[in-house]
Design a binder for this molecule. Structure first.
Ligand code: LLP
Length: 394
């Protein structure tokens, strides 16, 4: 069988890849730009985006994202520092995370960030103490666990009672009593995030319905949240990156327009990560060895779970594409595409049909722009992974 696949890469790009040491991340800056334009066009005027740096904190990408005027969602002091370096306005930075250290809280206070998304009563007490020591009032959004199922992988579900994230609704009365005693924190918002790689809009509808109830509860109790932050989580189509390279942002926002019932003066915020950056990144790797087994052929690559851990950690699917031009008589074979790391989980895909591979062939592992480079590690003392950008290819 002759394979004819629609390819994302031009012959010039592939020729350039062949001059570069592998493995590396390749970022299609044109696709990123088109995604940002689509997001801007789809975002209702009264909705505010904070890009989730955890998905990809590469400065080249951040500069492009920042140019659209959005804010940043940070989960560490270093992410706050990176966002500020790029030029994100502190007034648009939200700081989330279940385990903020004292140093990180102090950094947020010193920089006068927009909001701390607080995850527990204990954290509120600590933020209050630190803010008091510096004569400040910390702006707080309470992260509430809405107990809404995101129907995604269990490792990236965050909005269920069993998850470590957020304050459970049954704790809210106590939290409100606590808040009345804390003089150095000010409740300014409600925060929710139910999970990541959410591919149906139904969980978002359910989130809106829960958020309406919780918003109503706060207002009845005499607390007026100035903003509601619905988190991120919008999923992408990993199976068909060529035909679905830009997420349908308009349908996503339409759900919130339809089902969320904010009060007129409440602002609405989102923390999108993956849907913005995943499609534009590919991990490019070279075949080192072919091992033909009785039942399985292994294609052993020079990239592994150290460069892209998602398949090993979440059994995530990433489309794997050969960048070689198959000759008319070239055959296909089934491969287990694996990395060089000393772990059996170091596998990018099993029984993947590809044109016959040879040592030195290049493969692209697609849709790796989110939670790829940022989650890379030096396990086995591997070199830090490099990045190249479409803009450097003439
Ligand atoms: N807001 C909060 C509070 C979050 O925890 C996250 C992601 C986001 C926003 C952004 O979500 P996104 O729009 O990117 O789905 N490493 C995993 C994903 C972990 C997501 C963590 N939180 C993966 O590779 O699938």
């Amino acid at each position: 069988m002759v394979i004819k696949m629609e390819k994302m890469f031009t012959p010039q790009q592939i020729a350039y890849f062949k001059t570069q040491p592998t493995p590396f991340y390749y970022y299609d800056m044109d696709l990123l730009e088109r995604t940002l334009i689509a997001l801007k066009a789809a975002t209702p005027n009264d909705f505010h985006i904070h890009y989730a740096l955890k998905a990809n904190a590469n400065s080249e990408l951040l500069k492009r994202i920042h140019a659209y005027g959005w804010g940043a969602d940070c989960v560490s002091g270093n992410e706050i520092k990176r966002a500020l370096e790029i030029g994100f306005n502190a007034k648009n930075i939200v700081f989330a995370g279940v385990g903020k250290t004292d140093e990180e809280i102090l950094l947020g206070l010193e920089q006068n960030i927009f909001c701390f998304n607080a995850e527990s009563g204990h954290e509120l007490i600590v933020i209050n103490q630190l803010a008091g020591q510096h004569n400040k009032i910390a702006p707080i959004a309470l992260r509430i666990n809405p107990n809404v199922d995101a129907y995604t992988h269990k490792y990236i579900t965050t909005g269920l009672e069993e998850n470590k994230f957020g304050i459970n609704p049954y704790e809210l009365e106590d939290i409100l009593s606590l808040l009345k005693t804390l003089k150095h924190v000010k409740l300014i918002g409600l925060h929710f995030h139910i999970g990541s790689q959410i591919t149906s809009l139904t969980p978002y509808k359910n989130l809106c319905l829960r958020a309406n109830e919780i918003n109503h509860f706060f207002i009845q109790k005499g607390f007026f949240p100035e903003h509601i932050n619905l988190g991120g989580g919008l999923g992408i189509n990993y199976a068909e990156p060529n035909t679905h390279s830009i997420v349908d942002f308009a349908s996503y926002f339409a759900v919130f327009k339809k089902f969320l019932e904010p009060k007129p003066s409440q602002s609405i915020h989102f923390e999108l990560g993956r849907s913005i950056v995943a499609p534009c990144g590919s991990l490019i790797s070279k075949v080192l060895y072919i091992k033909n087994g009785i039942n399985t052929n292994f294609a052993i690559l020079d990239a592994g779970m150290t460069e892209l851990i998602r398949p090993a950690l979440y059994q995530a699917f990433h489309l794997i594409e050969s960048l070689e031009t198959p000759s008319d008589d070239s055959r296909t074979r089934k491969y287990d595409v694996v990395g060089p790391i000393c772990e059996s989980s170091d596998c990018f895909g099993k029984s993947i049909v590809l044109p016959e591979l040879k040592r030195g062939h290049l493969l692209a592992i697609r849709s790796a722009g989110a939670y790829g480079e940022v989650m890379s590690s030096q396990y086995n003392l591997r070199n830090p992974v490099k990045s190249i950008y479409s803009t450097e290819i003439k």
